[in-house]
Design a protein around this ligand. Sequence first.
Ligand code: SF4
Length: 207
Amino acid sequence: MKKAMTILYEVHGNLYVNLTNKCPCACTFCLRQTRDHMEESDSLWLEHDTTYEELVEALQQIDAATMEHYQEVVFCGFGEPTEALDVLLRGAAYIKEHYHKPVRINTNGLGSLINGEDIAPKLAGLVDTVSISLNTPDAEEYHKLVRSKFGDQSFSAMLQFAKECTKYVPHVVMTTVDTTISHEDEAACQKICDELGVKYRIRPWED
Ligand code: SF4
């Protein structure tokens, strides 16, 4: 497996941030099982977790015109960004202060379990969108799919995190991947999202 310090990379006109390869899950569908990079990036397997200083340095190397054309900065990468919560929060603050870009986190929604506390309040004013992988409306199926190290509590913790985020983050989205579940299950996901007060999005693979 090739490793590199690919901290920033571009996807669909957005700037993506790769903070860590840590993740409490071992999803059956995880892209990391079959590839080491995204279309335009080098390997996303990191030599070590990105530090705040390394993130700032990487951001400063982007020229103003290039930065200007990014619509959003997305904390995503080849791992769960809330595993690196401190760098994520400090990095989001730096991006807000220097570039005035909307900030999104793509997450498995287990950040409060990972950090041992409700992290939603910490996102206030720093994160504009939280996009959480719902994957399926069924708790049992969820556990089989994501194989979280936190076990059975994971599905309800993920839903609770989404609900808490609605208090602090302007846009909370839960996603499933197009064609991976039935239309009946998509309708059930819509119902869950309606009850939580979040937006439901069926996304293409690799988004
Ligand atoms: S949560 Fe994301 S990074 Fe973690 S195993 Fe699942 S797909 Fe991979």
